[in-house]
Design a binder for this molecule. Structure first.
Ligand code: 13P
Ligand code: SF4
Length: 303
């Protein structure tokens, strides 16, 4: 007979204690995962939490590059990713080899890589950024030429906000690409009082129609403070679980029910339990890559 949800949670809690483990979860994780996590947040908050955690084991409930970032920052900790198939298709749109070729074409360029990249790509970058800090970071950057990888839409948005020209890599998030303008136009008509909130991974024409453009952590903070009672949500739908839990009095309308990141949904309670039982699958970045990748991540965290 299968364990009930309550039994699974109890086993996870016991193992968490005996293994001295902490569960970090991204805002797009299933509700059942958000509920057992010590901390739920966006990519920047999660890397900050990982870097200051005193736990011996980090169970990373998110996608591969996030667990890798934790491993880059905390080489002495065991980092577990409950399903190694949880990748990020956008992160895989740039490889270190392709980036090196591009760098040859632009030898003077400063490489800014979105945190949604592999450790190997971070190792070839000058500085990392997330959607929460990209604008301030690029604004402060002392560079004649900037090469931004891999998200062309985030890059386009930063470029518009900072007035800085950047060479953009043609990557994009397939989940955010499902958030489209006709849906926003229709929802504005149906909900004239609603505030439209979108993620900067959305297409530029979607961003043009939004009231606010925020990282997922920024969205969670914004919903707490806005006077709007109805909110049109232009990002992966998993965030609505947290928004509703923290602000049950508000109404959330997803721009698209199809904006689901299948990789984020691979992490389940069963897999979290199994990973704590087996202490696997582990994510560990090889030292030579880690040192160089850490320099780019540290520059971001110190900015
Ligand atoms: P943030 O949570 O950092 O805003 O990023 C969204 C995302 O797509 C993570 O993969
Ligand atoms: Fe990658 Fe997009 Fe999924 Fe985020 S939502 S993990 S960017 S595919």
């Amino acid at each position: 007979m299968q364990d009930s949800r309550a039994q699974l949670v109890e086993k996870i809690e016991n193992l968490k204690r005996s293994r001295k483990a902490v569960i970090l979860a991204h805002n797009y994780q299933l509700g059942e995962i958000q509920d057992i996590a010590e901390f739920v947040g966006d990519s920047l908050e999660l890397s900050q939490m990982a870097s200051k955690s005193e736990a011996e084991v980090i169970v990373f409930c998110g996608v591969h590059f996030m667990a890798e970032t934790a491993s880059i920052l905390c080489p002495d900790k065991t980092v577990l990713l409950p399903d190694t198939n949880a990748g990020c298709p956008m992160a895989n749109m740039v490889t270190a080899e392709k980036l090196l070729e591009k760098k040859k074409e632009h030898p003077e360029a400063t490489v800014v890589s979105y945190i949604n990249t592999t450790a190997e790509v971070k190792a070839e970058s000058d500085v990392c950024c997330t959607s929460a800090n990209a604008i301030t970071l690029v604004q402060k950057l002392n560079a004649r030429e900037i090469l931004f990888v891999p998200d062309q839409y985030l890059g386009h948005y930063i470029s518009r906000k900072t007035g800085r020209e950047m060479i953009l890599w043609p990557g994009y998030c397939p989940t955010h690409a499902r958030i489209q303008t006709p849906d926003i136009v229709r929802l504005r008509k149906e909900h004239p009082q609603a505030e439209v909130m979108v993620h900067p991974e959305c297409r530029p024409e979607v961003i043009d129609l939004a009231d606010v453009v925020l990282s997922t952590g920024g969205m969670c903070r914004h919903v707490k403070s806005t006077a709007a009672r109805e909110i049109v949500v232009g990002t992966e739908v998993g965030i609505i679980y947290r928004l509703r839990k923290e602000n049950p009095e508000k109404v959330y309308i997803p721009v698209s029910e199809q904006a689901i990141c299948p990789n984020m949904k691979l992490i389940t309670l069963e897999k979290v339990l199994w990973s704590l039982e087996d202490m696997a699958p582990k994510v560990k970045v090889v030292e030579e890559i880690r040192i160089r990748a850490k320099a780019a991540v540290d520059k971001m965290l110190q900015a």
